[in-house]
Design a protein around this ligand. Sequence first.
Ligand code: SAH
Length: 493
Amino acid sequence: MDLLPIFMNVRHRPCLIVGGGEVAARKAALLLEAGAKVRLVSPALARGVRELVDGGQVEWLERRFEPTDLQDVSLVIAATADEAINRQISELAQARNLPVNVVDNPALCSFTVPSIVDRSPIQIAVSTGGSSPVLARLLRARLEAAIPSSYGHLGALAERFREAVKGALPDVGSRRRFWERVLTGPIAELVFSGKQEQAEGELAVELERAERQPEGEVYLVGGGPGDPDLLTFRALRLMQQADVLVYDRLVSEEVLALARRDAERIYVGKERDNHAVPQDQINQLLVDLAKQGKRVCRLKGGDPFVFGRGGEEIETLTANGVHFQVVPGITAALGSAAYAGIPLTHRDYSQAAVFVTGHLKDGSMDLNWSSLAHPNQTVVFYMGLKGLPVICEQLVEHGLAGSTPIALVQQATTPRQRVFTGTLATMPELIAGKRIRPPTLIIVGDVVRLHDKLAWFTSPEERRLGEVGSGAAVDGEPHTEAASAPVRVAGGG
Ligand code: SAH
């Protein structure tokens, strides 16, 4: 770190600007915003500065700079076009330990003026140490866009309640949790939507509640299909503030790696036909942890409300009066579609997409097959790998052509993604004897034809291998295996 970032109080303090051009005008405006008393030395004035002088906001000394000007000021900004004068000001100021900034000359500065995102009372300052003001401005623009303008109101709210919260919650940890809850939850949303008063009311109620009974909270978070880049910002934030992480098998290693390091981790994974922790025990576990005052992140693969039993978990939470938030995630169908280049709908091929579970109950699947076996629609089967032969057989029996394309997407969006394509007639045979690894998603419909054209997750090299079947694919690499290729054992088998 080459520079120490600090925020300086210049309210009611005399600050000196040497120079009368447009740059000086901008610096004067900035100092005025921070409440400084601005004194400006220059034989002439540009329009912008003149307006400030005429308005009585800036005191103007109509002459050249003199060393005595540095007496009794808190900081100085040199903004003249004369490098020799700028240098002299810098040297004199530094000899007096007076903070000095020389515009566009970092070497002569003892401080630089950052790019500022102003959400008063919140200020974000961006510095590139003078190396690239343009870069700083670009970064500032991104921050401006990412941080709602109402963040300032949120800051003001926190300021107003700071002492009250301190009084009510003497414990630092519970104070931190309280503020995290307020600043990321519904109360913050109220502020963002301009409902200040309501937010204050809710905050007071929340504070009273927190004072009476320290309480935990459950975040039901969709961890997406595997690629950590597909997490939502909120998912990431909650994963990083939770005290306990309750997760299952579908959550990828890469996603888990982003959770708070010192959080307690509880695995409640379920294998097919082997329920490691029964669902009602998971539900109760969440309640118990929250009742101990913990913030629990219940992390699930994909989306919690798509074949995720999230609904059952929050029913128990509600019944027990436990606070919770639900954070959606990218469900496997959407992740697979995007990363395998299979649009779920397409004007030419499919006007609807249906998500169904292919989970076998007593060796069969209780599904409305005649509604599924429609051309012009895409059917996505979750948990269907074991029942694949039944799926293919039933769809054909209920009217779909045997030539209807079908894709298996294994471990979608991870570096281990593999796509197998075939038809309803050929697929069961094609994959027989191959070890397809879970989780695998099945997509049925004409949109699968687009995979060859649109798959971007497969490198050209691997596509070439997949096309002609020239050799085995590399294990662990994204890979496409087409039904038209000679049958060969998948490298990842
Ligand atoms: N809530 C999850 C689905 C849970 S059901 C979601 O929204 O995605 C489990 C099934 O999801 C698996 O059997 C598999 O069919 C599918 N699945 C989940 N993650 C997957 C992935 N990365 N690749 C392929 N299929 C996946």
